[in-house]
Structure formats: C-alpha cells, structure tokens
Design a protein around this ligand. Structure first.
Ligand code: NAD
Length: 302
C-alpha cells in the first residue's frame, strides 16, 4: 500500500530528526522552515521543499507542525499562506509542538469548518529520543483519526497514547513539563547543598540514583550539570514558555500552582541573564549563583 505523503513544518532540534525518521521509514516528505539550513539538509536526504505552509498542505495528506509556541502555530496554520489555505478536506493536521490547549482547540474549530481533521500530539523525551524515534507522544483528538495516524506516529515514538479529545494532549504535556521543571529545581537545590557541605556531587549522584530520589530527570540532566555542559537539548526559553502556558491554563481553571509559578520566575530570571538558549539543566546555575558554588565533577589530583 502506498504510504501517505507527509508535510513537515518546523525543522529545529526536534523536528529535523523526526522528519528524517519519517523519510527513513519510507514516507514521502514535503518540508518547510523559515530557516533554509535544515530544509536543505532534508532535501539532501530525499525530501521535497515548499516555500510556504500553504504549499506544504496543498501537496500532502498529513501535515505535521513542530514549532516553538502557540503564536507560531497560529501563524503557520491560520494566517495568510498558512496550512488551512492549502489543506484539502479529509487531510489531517498533527500539531506536535507544545502549546496552550486553548489554541489547539481554536485550531480544531477552524479546521473543522474546512473538513480538515486535527490531532494535538506533543512529545516528551528530548533530542535523543527524537533521533532514536523513541519519543513519548500524548495525543488528543478523535479516536478514528488517531487510529489512522498511529502507524506514522509510531515511527517517531515508542509510546503513543491517546489521552482524550483535542487539547488533552497539550494538557498532558503541561503536566509533564511541571514535573520535569520542578524536578530539575529540586535536584539543583539538593546538589548545591551537598557541594557547600563539602561532599563530592558525583558520589552523591551515584549513591542516590538507585533509591527513591532516582529518576529519568536525574539521569538525563545530572551528568550535564556535573560537566557544566549546557548545550541544548531543551532550551530554557521553551521551558519558560511551557510553564507560562501551564499557569495560563491554571488561571482559567482557578487552580493555584504555587511552586510552578516560582520556578517559572526562576526561568524568567535566567532568560534575562542571557541563558534562554541553554539547556534546561542550566536551571542549576540559578541556585549555584545564590550559594556561590558550582556543582561540578571534581578533577582528580595529579
Ligand atoms: P527549535 O527552536 O529548535 O525549532 C523550532 C523550529 O521552528 C525552528 O527551526 C524555526 O526556524 C522553526 N519556525 C519557527 N517559526 C516558524 C514559522 N513561522 N514557519 C516555519 N518554521 C518556523 O525548537 P525545538 O526544540 O525543536 O522545539 C519544538 C517544539 O517541541 C516546542 O514546542 C518545544 O517546546 C517542544 N519540545 C522540545 C523538546 C526538546 O527537547 N527540544 C522536547 C519536547 C518538546
């Protein structure tokens, strides 16, 4: 059976390897990004390029977006020369960006008027999982549309779970992002304390990772902090955006999120310090700055 033709818009840290995996799995691909560099790279790997989101939609059956925030997704899908201007009735938009649930529902309502289906399908796992095709994908949308897109989502993700109607995927992602951000802040405070008390942070890590404090977050981020390697990965400015969307959603629902709002302020302070493009493991530098110590691997004496 012929594979559906896929459009892919947004070829950044996540989108580029996800698009490459679709190509490798044999899906014909049409790509677009405002940055020409990843577009050329994908064309060399066998994709076609398109000059606008509308053009992508005209030439494909399923259009995937992997963009920074709500405003970018609205621009690419709803604005002039956007996806909805080109999409045929019966085609499907899968928005895999992490955005506000409210905006996912707005896009769903606009697409429905044109007979275009929508799934919101944000991901977790970061760049390594995007490269390996082992992302965790949390999907909102109609059962039938989910079933139709499952094979192609499984090319990019190891775990693909439908969590409800459109918007539910984004709500799940917000929960995920709260857990990750608060975890990184917790491990930052714990390790700054250990260093200030004169204990080797590498040994603290080795001692605790198998116990109750052990976690995927600890294993993914601790070596980056110990090495002072803050190359993204997941940028601080994007995590600040996710917590902003969590607080926006919580305000609409009258849910107080006291610790989330504190960590969101910390992320804002780091962005103001010029650290917005660093990996979110650099959240540790905030508490390091307060305590005037660095959580780094000890170099062995000669
Ligand atoms: P990124 O900034 O590396 O990539 C975004 C891409 O979108 C860039 O190539 C940019 O040029 C392109 N773009 C922006 N506006 C555009 C427009 N109007 N038209 C066409 N292209 C446009 O971001 P990323 O890290 O790949 O993240 C993408 C999304 O995935 C975000 O919502 C992020 O929160 C989420 N996410 C990221 C990670 C991670 O570890 N990086 C993990 C899970 C989820």
């Amino acid at each position: 059976m012929n594979k559906k033709k896929i459009g892919f818009i947004g070829l950044g840290i996540m989108g580029k390897p996800m698009a490459k995996n679709l190509l490798k799995a044999g899906y014909p691909l049409v790509v677009h990004d405002v940055d020409p560099r990843p577009v050329e790279e994908l064309v060399k790997s066998g994709a076609e390029k398109a000059d606008s989101p509308r053009e992508v939609a005209k030439r494909t059956d399923v259009i995937i977006a992997m963009l920074p925030d709500s405003a970018d997704v609205e621009q690419v899908i709803l604005a002039e020369r956007g996806v909805l201007e080109g999409a045929r009735p019966g085609s499907t938009i899968i928005d895999m960006s992490s955005i506000a649930p409210l905006v996912s529902r707005k896009i769903f309502a606009e697409a429905e008027k044109k007979g275009v289906e929508v799934l919101d399908a944000p991901v977790s796992g970061g760049e390594p999982a995007a490269i390996q095709g082992t992302l965790a994908i949390m999907v909102g949308g109609k059962d039938k549309v989910f079933d139709e897109c499952l094979d192609l989502l499984r090319v990019m993700g190891k775990s693909v779970v439908r969590v409800g109607e459109v918007g539910a995927g984004q709500v799940t992602k917000l929960a995920n992002q709260i857990i990750v951000a608060l975890n990184i802040e917790a491990l930052s405070e714990a390790f700054v304390l250990a260093v200030k008390a004169g204990v080797d942070p590498d040994l603290v890590y080795k001692a605790i990772r198998g116990g109750l404090a052990g976690s995927n977050v600890l294993d993914a981020k601790m070596n980056m902090i110990l090495d002072g390697n803050f190359k993204p990965g997941f940028r601080i400015r994007l995590h600040q955006k996710d917590l902003k969307n969590a607080l926006l959603t919580a305000t609409q629902l009258d849910v107080p999120l006291p610790i989330t709002s504190m960590v969101q302020q910390i992320l804002g302070a780091l962005v103001n310090e010029g650290k917005g493009e660093l990996d979110h493991s650099a959240i540790a530098t905030f508490t390091e700055g307060l305590a005037k110590v660095k959580v780094r691997r000890r170099t062995k004496p000669d």
